[in-house]
Ligand binder design. Structure first.
Ligand code: URA
Length: 481
């Protein structure tokens, strides 16, 4: 029996070096025991593989295998290193092994990989910092988090990119990540008691969560899937969930009673075409749920790296009106919903003035991840560029195919570009019905954030009036036929 003692639970480099050496020596998987330092290795005669024998030995593995192995190594299963070595061993005889999804080892590894990816995603979405004053570093931020798998080291660079100007520590039972504004370091796992309790930041999260909670959208199963209960106890806002869930029934009834009585019309017979020329990245989504999941996992451009999550559209699956904005802002990025921040308030007011019930429109964005740069602690919006708009049209086109709206309102230059497929000056094209290839009509108008920025009062009032008129036009076109 060959015994390998890895330096830590996430010692993937150690596993690679040992696996190469053992493979070169011809050690069969059944004859190798993988342990982490401090494990049960002493039960067996320890005989580490010789580093000198480590060379590739003419045996090359694909990048895909190395990437897969790197993720699987972060899984909590004690059998993960054994599984990886078995796969490596079998790759020699079956080089396209990873393509055989029905193979039990491959299926298990792929499943473990997606569990690890999911755990990393949850960490990005659910880490909540609390502000603390420290004698050494002054102001700092601390979060306590319990990831489902050992993703802390791999996910820490995301927090560094996102909060590079903030000194922070993320404490987890496995390992703690520390960023002092210059270097990222790691220390052994912490005790929950090390995470300071209650402060303004926590209160902020509670208020914020309550203000973005929409009872009509409450789907307990979806909520629990997206925010599993195991994460609730470390989320300040989670203490609000049971009460809001109880109250949701009443609040939803009230919202329905207050809604306009006119029944939503169906879109009948609107022929739809396949996506125009968007690059294809896999099977086309067949439902809006698939779009939402795909948007969140999307890697078609680099914007996902610094965003909390991808934000897909929301609204009736067969809405006759679709409204397209530019991209999620700071608050949308946190809430996972379009137009819930300051621009959303302008948008809501204009919809009300135009007599358009927001609940009957499908509201989405041309770009689904928040593009921004850090200034101090603030995340400042950056306008998406043409390649990002093009990459994300894959999702907008999927939403268009699935919802099949009669009319699409494009708010601002980014949305106009995505909807029309070419750049168009808003002042020239706004306020008219434009025919689209997929038989829908488009109405281009100002972006609500533009209305917030117009400095001159008269020009602002004029633009606001035009915005409302454009929404009215779109709604009347959607009502026709
Ligand atoms: N601006 C947008 O274009 N979309 C949003 O969702 C929010 C702000």
């Amino acid at each position: 029996m060959r015994v390998v003692r890895l330096a830590s639970e996430t010692d993937f480099d150690g596993w690679r070096a040992a696996a190469r050496a053992l493979r070169g020596e011809g050690a069969a998987p059944a004859d190798v025991l993988w342990t982490v330092d401090g494990g049960q290795a002493s039960l067996f005669p320890a005989q580490a593989p010789q580093a000198s024998a480590a060379g590739e030995g003419g045996f090359k593995v694909s990048r895909a295998f190395v990437d897969l192995a790197g993720r699987v190594a972060l899984h909590r299963s004690p059998a993960r290193f054994d599984l990886l070595y078995r796969l490596l061993w079998r790759l020699d005889a079956t080089q396209r092994l990873l393509e055989i999804a029905s193979d039990p080892d491959v299926a298990l590894a792929l499943d473990m990989q997606s569990q690890v990816n999911r755990a990393a995603h949850k960490m990005k979405a659910f880490v909540r910092f609390r502000e603390v004053e420290t004698a050494e570093a002054g102001e700092a931020f601390v979060a306590w988090f319990e990831p489902a798998h050992r993703v802390t080291e791999a996910t820490a660079p995301f927090f560094v990119r996102r909060f590079s100007n903030m000194a922070f520590s993320i404490l987890t039972p496995d390992v703690c990540a520390h960023w002092d504004r210059q270097a990222l370091s790691f220390t052994p796992g912490a005790d929950p008691a090390d995470a300071p309790a209650g402060d303004d930041l926590e209160a902020y999260w509670r208020t914020y969560y309550a203000s973005t909670f929409n009872p009509a959208r409450l789907r307990t199963a979806t909520m629990v899937r997206e925010m599993p209960k195991r994460y609730w106890r470390n989320l300040p806002e989670a203490s609000l969930i049971p009460e809001m869930t109880r109250a949701a029934g009443d609040r939803t009834t009230q919202m329905v009673e207050n809604a306009p009585s006119e029944p939503a019309r169906r879109i009948v017979g609107a022929a739809h075409r396949a996506s125009r020329d968007a690059p294809f990245d896999g099977a086309a989504p067949t439902s809006l749920e698939e779009v939402a999941a795909g948007v969140d996992a999307c890697r078609r451009c680099p914007l996902w790296r610094d965003a909390t999550q991808g934000v897909a559209g929301e609204g009736p699956a067969q809405a006759r009106l679709m409204v397209v904005g530019e991209q999620p802002g700071d608050q949308e990025d946190l809430a996972g919903r379009p137009f819930v921040g300051p621009a959303g308030k302008v948008f809501d007011r204009a919809l009300a003035a135009a007599g358009v019930p927001r609940g009957e429109a499908y509201v989405t964005n041309a770009v689904k991840h928040f593009k921004h740069e850090l200034r101090g602690k603030r995340r400042i919006h950056k306008t998406p560029e043409a390649p990002e708009i093009e990459a994300c049209r894959w999702w907008l086109d999927a939403e268009r195919r699935l919802v099949r709206p009669r009319v699409i309102v494009a708010m601002g230059a980014t949305a106009a570009r995505a909807v029309l497929g070419k750049a168009a000056p808003i002042s020239k094209v706004r306020g008219q019905a434009l025919q689209l290839e997929d038989q829908a009509q488009a109405v281009v108008t100002w972006h609500p954030s533009y209305l917030l920025r117009v400095p001159d009062a008269e020009a602002k009032a004029r633009a606001e009036g035009q915005f409302i008129e454009d929404l009215k036009l779109a709604w009347s076109l959607a009502d026709e036929g």
